[in-house]
Design a protein around this ligand. Structure first.
Ligand code: C5P
Length: 291
């Protein structure tokens, strides 16, 4: 049995530029991955099947075509194999919440199947397959610290940002990425912040991030009141930076150390018992396998 971890994706900032001829917006984002995530297993079987369990499994009930199944079919078609595989997903991340759960699951499926049926693909091919599945899928194929541009299909590895202590907070329902983008006003180009330099301290990184924004925050706030409440709750802790990730509604706080993150998570969870609140490490340096 092949196991794959699908880490949550966090946009440390997200600048949105003008709308392109293909309908997508130009982006500029610093993307990292969390030690919190979904888990998938892959086993050869008589046909293609997909089971979901875990705390957010019920949110996926009734979905006709999950991104994991689309990724599996796409991979099989490319690799010229019959998609005879039993896929099980443990859904630990809230869905449609700005931390790329579905995209990371799809990317983990590409990775997992490349190991189940080895020798049929390479990293570039997985990136290309990911691109057809969604804007955020390619960056999730090889979780790391990425400077992401274009629609999301261009990215460069950034080695300068170390492991970060963070808290992820989600108190709202699902938010449609498309609806949030539609709430944006007219945009001009991106290119508003230089690529990060090496930061000697977390305070240096926090200063850099404070000069950036998530441009999707205002339209997300307008659609979902939880975004403002989450940011307020994070601001009440020792967060060095508190910001929304992706198209929301999940927000994150960055902390100077793991104990501060733990304490902040406990306080927020106590004050908001119905929220999903997770202390985590970002950019935690795990190695990913392909074959
Ligand atoms: O690529 P994906 O299907 O995940 O994107 C969902 C929606 O988000 C798109 O239909 C589009 O409305 C919006 N989007 C965008 N610009 C991007 C990425 C997504 O406008 N760079």
């Amino acid at each position: 049995m092949i196991r794959e971890f699908a880490p949550a994706k966090v946009n440390l900032f997200l600048h949105v530029g003008s709308r392109r001829a293909d309908g997508y917006h130009e982006l500029e984002s610093l993307v990292v991955f969390a030690s919190a995530g979904d888990e998938l297993t892959f086993e050869e079987a008589d046909d293609l099947s997909f089971q979901v369990s875990g705390p957010f499994a019920s949110s996926l009930a009734g979905e006709t075509e999950n991104l994991v199944l689309r990724a599996a079919r796409k991979f099989a078609e490319f690799a010229q194999v019959e998609p005879r595989v039993r896929i099980a997903l443990t859904k630990n991340l809230p869905i449609a919440s700005g931390i790329g759960g579905g995209s990371s699951d799809a990317a983990a499926t590409l990775r997992g199947l490349s190991r189940l049926w080895p020798g049929r693909t390479n990293l570039q091919a997985l990136w290309n397959l990911g691109h057809d599945l969604g804007s955020d899928v390619p960056v999730c194929v090889l979780p790391g610290c990425w400077w992401m541009t274009g629609r999301g299909e261009q990215f460069a590895s950034i080695g300068q940002v170390g492991t970060l202590d963070a808290v992820l907070v989600h108190g709202g329902g699902p938010l449609s990425t498309r609806a949030v983008f539609e709430g944006l006003g007219e945009r001009t180009g991106v290119g508003r912040i230089p690529k990060p330099q090496r930061f000697a301290t977390i305070a240096g990184l926090a200063d850099y991030l404070r000069a950036a924004r998530n441009d999707l925050e205002p339209p997300a706030r307008a659609l979902c009141s939880a975004v403002g409440e989450e940011l307020e709750a994070l601001a009440g802790t020792k967060a060095l930076v508190a910001r929304m990730s992706g198209s929301g509604a999940t927000c994150f706080g960055l902390y100077s150390d793991a104990a501060s993150a733990q304490m902040a998570a406990e306080t927020i969870a106590r004050d908001h018992p119905s929220w999903w609140v997770v202390p985590t490490k970002l950019n935690f340096g795990r190695k990913w396998e392909f074959q």
